[in-house]
Design a protein around this ligand. Sequence first.
Ligand SMILES: Nc1ncnc2c1ncn2[C@@H]1O[C@H](COP(=O)(O)OP(=O)(O)OP(=O)(O)O)[C@@H](O)[C@H]1O
Ligand SMILES: [Mg+2]
Length: 259
Amino acid sequence: MEISLKKVSSGYEDLILKNIDINIKTGSWNFIIGETGSGKSTLLQTIGVLLKNKKGDIFWRNKNLSTKNYLKEYRESYGYMFQYTEKQFFNNTIKEEIIYSLVKRKASSEEIEKKLDEVLNLLNISRSILNKSPHELSGGQKRFVAFASVLITSPQILLLDEPTAGLDIENKKIFFALLNKLKKEGVTIIQISHLLEDVLEYGDYVIALEKGQIIAEGIPLEVLKNSDLDFINFCKIMNSFGVSTENIRNIDELLERVR
Ligand SMILES: Nc1ncnc2c1ncn2[C@@H]1O[C@H](COP(=O)(O)OP(=O)(O)OP(=O)(O)O)[C@@H](O)[C@H]1O
Ligand SMILES: [Mg+2]
């Protein structure tokens, strides 16, 4: 397993997530779904060990992350894209923003230039914008710059909080093609999404949350077809995808609608 959570409760002043057990396989593409406020972002931050208020244990490659040195190594192994990209920017120029993590890790200037070239090519970002302020960019461009700043360290794990929100169809295609390529290279992906078609097309595994608890998980199509899942909960998940369940009486009818 790449990452495991064992009986984890976490959150802010109040604990939002309750008693969560999760296993994430190395090289798998995982989606977290659920209604607004169900705890998706809280769960992703918990997986990144970014929240102070936490009970239970988190393991990376079977070792407990409560060891400080190991935690540092773990944090350097993943790239995190936050839900609100603009909050992530704090440098004056796009270039500084993209190379920030490498500078922090004291990479040589040759390595930085080499990696910068690589991510600019991967994401089709023009060098001509590098000296602009990140705040001058459109929403879609901001996402790409944020993604470039994450990819520049070649992370083995990607934690992505609604990374395609606000992207147009063309950019979304570029984004998913790139994620697909990274997955083939062995990168583990954990992504929050509201779109059923994306979960069905790319997901190896899906985790559905409601009020801070897991209400369903598994291979996406099997979760959809799982007759043990009570229909009301099932409809809630669908609604969280933005799929209307108003005139649907059973799961087969729903699958018809999704296709
Ligand atoms: N920084 C914070 N301090 C206190 N409570 C918070 C904080 N962030 C989120 N919460 C609360 O935690 C709960 C879960 O929020 P979270 O952001 O994880 O939901 P979400 O599923 O990501 O929602 P969305 O789809 O709107 O992004 C909500 O009740 C929210 O009000
Ligand atoms: Mg969220």
